[in-house]
Design a protein around this ligand. Structure first.
Ligand SMILES: [Zn+2]
Length: 428
């Protein structure tokens, strides 16, 4: 119902939609101008952004017969209790998401956005240097958490950074930003599929990285993950190496779990730092032999410290035990705070220009929209000059009428809009 209320306040009426679509190109040009003039670039992405890679969006991800037969939708399945109530279902869902994300190439929009970041030297121009230096000083003076706890909750240690005049904020858990962007400039507010945690709340294993060669074995008919790999008794079983996460070649196909589109991922996680040593993901060792004497390997990941089963370190619905990456969250908080400091320090004749490009952030999980609009309000209040480029095929308008004047509403899918903005941007 909350979602319905949000929806009624955001959906453009027929007249507004007509105006938005008719002015698509003009708005893209305005967005390109804002980006070209920006001192600071914040990228905010949601499920609609990943959809252009061929991945499923929230409302479609669980639309497969196995779940429909049990009357389960995305929000029903995305709950931590299944790990105990029906672990085959739990690891079937998360395991197939893992396989899908691992095999799908991030779309072309990622590299365009990355080029925008590089073009203006948002890493090390003057503003970037000021931001980095100020963050460094703050880290020295006010390290707010116990280091050991911070490290335990991080799947890897970030030695690079701090961020300059660019940052990215996403609710997507596919970890695809890590193929191109630096770990010190990414905040994944709901965690990511590459990070796992022990299911025992008293275990000290913290958060750990899934190995690059891991994949789950899933029965694609039932969407269940057996507890051990290598069981070939079922004819409908998918071999993870050949079929799981297979691509749909039908352009009208709506992606869902196990049936995604797109092409194969070429440089998975190339920018993500290596796992901590020792990594608490238990390396698969044979746990038994089958009747023919073949080794049997576990299919559900385990914690190396206590051997309890592991779960994704992703915020699920009704999830009180998610271990967030504290260090990653703190990098985002420090960056945001520092950008606001700079807004305040600038003279009103020369305000800091902040461009927020938000792509594919809908109303099902509105965290990203709130984060963008909050940043708009904060920057404006501190004297900065802020523009929010909101790219969304359904809800491109501001949710909060107070920020209306700062929004460039682009009613389109993410990749189409990014390409059109880029066309104007390159011509400037
Ligand atoms: Zn453990």
């Amino acid at each position: 119902m909350w979602s319905d209320l949000m929806e009624s306040g955001n959906k453009p009426d027929a007249e507004e939609a007509g105006e938005l679509l008719a002015n698509f190109d003009r708005y893209c040009q305005k967005a390109a101008r804002a980006l070209a003039e920006a001192d600071v670039f914040l990228l905010v992405t949601g499920a609609g952004f990943s959809a252009d890679s061929g991945l499923a969006i929230y409302r479609d991800v669980a639309k497969v017969p196995a779940y429909q037969a049990r009357d389960l939708d995305y929000s029903d399945i995305c709950m931590p209790h299944w790990q105990f109530d029906d672990p085959e279902l739990f690891y079937g869902f998360w395991g197939q998401c893992f396989n899908d994300y691992r095999k799908t190439q991030p779309h072309e929009g990622y590299s365009i956005l990355h080029r925008w970041k590089q073009d203006k030297n948002f890493d090390n121009n003057n503003v970037a240097e000021t931001i980095s230096a100020r963050i460094e000083r703050k880290v020295e003076l006010q390290r707010p958490f116990d280091d050991e706890i911070v490290e335990r909750h991080a799947p890897y240690l970030v030695k690079s950074g701090p961020a300059g005049a660019f940052f990215s904020f996403t609710s997507n858990v596919d970890a695809h930003l890590h193929d191109l962007f630096e770990a010190h400039e990414i905040h994944e507010c709901h965690g990511n599929i590459e990070s796992w945690q022990c299911s025992d709340p008293y275990c000290d294993a913290g958060v750990f990285r899934a190995p690059l060669d891991h994949s789950f074995e899933i029965d694609m008919e039932t969407m269940l993950a057996p507890s051990v790999q290598g069981d070939t008794s079922s004819s409908s079983k998918n071999d993870t190496a050949t079929q799981a996460g297979k691509k749909s070649s039908n352009s009208n196909h709506v992606p869902h779990i196990g049936q995604v589109g797109g092409s194969n991922r070429t440089q998975p996680l190339q920018k993500m730092p290596p796992p901590k040593e020792p990594n608490n993901w238990r390396t698969s060792t044979s746990i038994a032999t089958d009747s023919e004497g073949n080794d049997v390997f576990p299919n559900w990941p385990q914690c190396a410290l206590c051997k309890a089963y592991a779960r994704p370190a992703i915020l699920m619905f009704g999830d009180a035990r998610w271990k967030r990456d504290i260090a990653q969250g703190e990098r985002w908080n420090l960056w945001k705070e520092t950008v606001l400091d700079l807004c305040e320090k600038r003279n009103s004749n020369n305000p800091l220009k902040v461009c927020i490009v938000e792509v594919g952030c809908g109303l099902n999980v509105p965290t990203c929209r709130f984060a963008s609009e909050r940043m708009v309000e904060d920057v404006a209040r501190k004297g900065g000059d802020v523009v929010l480029v909101r790219v969304n095929p359904d809800f491109p308008l501001a949710s909060d009428s107070d920020v209306n004047d700062c929004v460039i509403p682009i009613m389109a899918r993410g990749l189409d809009a990014i390409k059109r903005i880029d066309k104007h941007y390159r011509g400037m």
